[in-house]
Write a protein that binds this ligand. Sequence first.
Ligand SMILES: [Zn+2]
Length: 296
Amino acid sequence: MSKRTLEDVARYVENQCKGGCKVLSAKPEQHFNDMGEEVRVWNVKTDLEGALWVVEGDTMPMNFYSQEAYYFSADEVYSFHIGLMERMSKASSEYKPEKFVEAITLDNGIALQLFRKLKNIATLIDSAVEIEDFQAIGVQCREILIELGNSIYFAEMAGQREQPKASDFKRKTELFIQFYLIGSENSDYRSIIRKLTESTWDYACKITHSSSTTFYEASTCVTLCTSLVGVYENIRQKVFDPISQYKCKSCKSKKLKPIDDVATDDGIVVKWFLQCDECGEITEVNVEKNLVKIEI
Ligand SMILES: [Zn+2]
């Protein structure tokens, strides 16, 4: 790109001014070269928009800033512009939909198929414009939830009760909750997870049929679904980490590690001896009532 002239700058400003304005004068106010590239700040006077700073460089996009609105000196507007360009280039080169999914699900090893679908939908939402796009996102969200139900459910969870239908997400999650989150100590956890599960499903169904959805509702739906996947992964982690619920009987620290256990003949642990990392005290816990089935 060759050096921009006064005419280039004037044309740019007149094109960008909403409602049309005329450039009365423009002169280069300052040059900077501390980034290995010459960047110029122009002082531009217009009839309708007042005084502007225009910042441009050999490879960077031109931008203008109102001198009245920002109260910037030429020096300050230069720093501001460089910062802005840097953030923009980072945002476009570093944004990856899977990063969003990983962050929200705590990157905790969710089922591959589920991960792929979540990644897909995080990409879809970026290009969704029309009502049909949003409805399609609702459909995808429901599929993700059904997939989630299938990935966390196994037949023993129903016990003697009737097996849920393959796509019965609500029933499968309810059986999962009843199976894993037992006892009064889990009652608040159970309650919030039930509400979240139910409302996420209902919302996805609503988006599927709604004719007034905007990007924001669809995006909320995607965030809710992704979060819910993370929530169920958390429950599974809690189950795989049963010691997490105990604390030291003398100093109440949670830094416990199992040092011994008592198991039944078929290998089911019924008692743990947990040593506190803080004070060394050994806490003995009966695990019978918290016994959960763990399928790997
Ligand atoms: Zn302790």
